[in-house]
Design a binder for this molecule. Structure first.
Ligand code: PA5
Length: 466
């Protein structure tokens, strides 16, 4: 169960300048109710692609069919993808498997080791592929690309395919699963020609909203994560955010608080700070979701608006010894979303030692979860004392259900925020331009004007080289 607690973002707690007053919330609530109505109308009309995912049995079944084919037979699974085609995979694995997962023996793990190559970094790719060594034969590569043409993924895929072809001969295609748009595209065509198993990236779901599709589900299920429970948790949250009246609806309240903080309280920076290492991948996933969906130059009617809260991630308690100094005493320009876990997946207790050392007495016999959760409460209090607003999202436990619920909560909140900011939350024109410019530099098509322009721009000006 996921709960949202927002009192520490109110004027009562952090003062009128930085906190939300009842009248401000009331006026935002009207806007949020209208936004909710608009998003639900898109959903009911079948135009909110990601909202269908929690109940798409066909996607779940195509994933499980392939899992049945490969699980138990492969020792390693390497995902090749970037952005929305990788961050969800990392988030699920980090949240729902132990931090030591890849270090466990094959028998103990049950599923394959998982490596997600999500950058065109020669060291990352080279080190990982070299490490596989003799295990290559039993390594499955899941190349994920909706467009099928993203430079980083395509380059990694070309390296891997050639390596497999050389090392495994005719049977190399058995070691590749391609997750891509079933309607067509470069990867789709190669998969067909080479004969890979394929999985679907739904055409109406953007990369950053695709974690609950085969994009995120396959690596999760291969690594033993209960994807039925994950989808059930998301479906339950979907029902909750769709039908609960705005005042008691966690997505509406979260969207209202975030919108007010951004638009009226001078808080353009929205930090997500989990008090759990397991939730760090979800914080990274949130950064992409929030930034790519809401950072937009033009409104839906074409006006220049240049909007978008800046998402930042931090980790409790680690960042209490780092970023919190800035958060409490630097510019009061942040809303901090704390993630709290009531029951951690594992418990550790401090032993009853150093009886004679008074300064450590308070730590004796203390559960580490109590220490961590106390640190969270202390930070919340300290932030409030400095008039810094925060909200808490509370996980009863980190389970596939709660993680599915959290994912859907944030996706829906993003849709509401898009409505409130009056922008299209589902495109990413600035990302597309970056992709085009990289292609131009490397000689794609005959876009010489663009490549000449970039080369000229990139030439170092000696006057500024020190
Ligand atoms: O959210 C998005 O649309 C992007 O982050 C994409 O996921 C990313 O650019 C990768 O695209 P593709 O899956 O087409 O390779």
């Amino acid at each position: 169960m996921i709960q949202l607690y927002w009192k520490n973002a109110t004027a009562d707690v952090v003062g009128d300048e930085h906190g939300i007053s009842p009248s401000e919330m009331a006026s935002a609530s009207e806007k949020v109710a209208a936004a909710h109505k608009a998003v639900v109308a898109q959903w009911d009309a079948g135009n909110l692609g990601y909202a269908k995912l929690p109940t798409r049995r066909d996607y779940r079944d195509e994933v499980m069919e392939l899992v049945g084919r490969y699980r138990g037979k492969v020792t390693d699974l390497v995902v090749l993808g970037i952005g929305g085609s990788a961050l969800g995979n990392i988030a699920l694995q980090t949240a729902l498997n132990p931090v030591t997962y890849n270090l466990l023996g094959d028998a103990k793990r049950g599923g394959p080791r998982l490596f997600v190559l999500d950058n065109a970094d020669p060291t990352l790719i080279g080190d990982t592929l070299a490490m596989l060594g003799r295990r290559l034969k039993k390594t499955l590569f899941n190349v994920i690309s909706k467009s099928g043409e993203t430079a980083e993924t395509a380059a990694m895929f070309m390296i891997v395919r050639e390596m497999l072809r050389k090392r495994l001969g005719d049977k190399f295609a058995d070691n590749i699963v391609a997750t891509t748009d079933p309607e067509g595209g470069v990867l789709h065509d190669i998969a067909e020609a080479d004969g890979y198993a394929t999985l679907t990236v739904p055409g109406d779901v953007g990369g950053r909203f695709s974690v609950l599709s085969p994009v995120g589900l396959f690596s999760a299920a291969m690594c033993g994560i209960d994807i039925d429970a994950l989808l059930a948790g998301a479906a339950r949250m979907a029902e909750r955010v769709k039908s609960t009246p705005p005042a008691k609806n966690p997505a509406c309240v979260l969207a209202a608080v975030k919108y007010l903080m951004y638009a009226q309280k001078g808080k353009p920076i929205h930090v997500m700070m989990p008090y759990s290492n397991r939730l760090t991948g979800l914080a990274d996933w949130y950064k992409q979701l929030w930034a790519e969906s809401l950072g937009k130059e033009t409104s839906r009617s074409g006006q220049k608006v240049f909007v978008g809260p800046t998402p930042v991630s931090a980790l409790g308690a680690t960042d209490q010894h780092s970023q919190i100094q800035l958060y409490r005493e630097g510019p009061n320009d942040k809303l901090i979303v704390l993630l709290e876990v009531e029951n951690h997946p594992r418990e550790v207790r401090v032993p009853d030692v150093f009886a004679g050392i008074d300064k450590l007495a308070y730590l004796r016999k203390v559960k580490i979860s109590k220490l961590l959760n106390s640190e969270k409460q202390a930070t919340e209090y300290a932030l409030a004392r400095s008039h810094r607003p925060s909200v808490t999202i509370r996980f009863d436990a980190i389970t596939p259900k709660s993680v599915g619920g959290f994912i859907f909560l944030y996706e829906f909140t993003t849709s509401l925020a898009g409505e409130l900011l009056d922008i299209n939350a589902y495109d990413q024109p600035a990302v597309e331009l970056g992709k085009k410019a990289t292609g131009a530099l490397l000689g794609l098509d005959d876009s010489t004007t663009m490549s000449d322009e970039i080369r000229k721009f990139a030439e170092a000006d000696a006057e500024y080289l020190v």
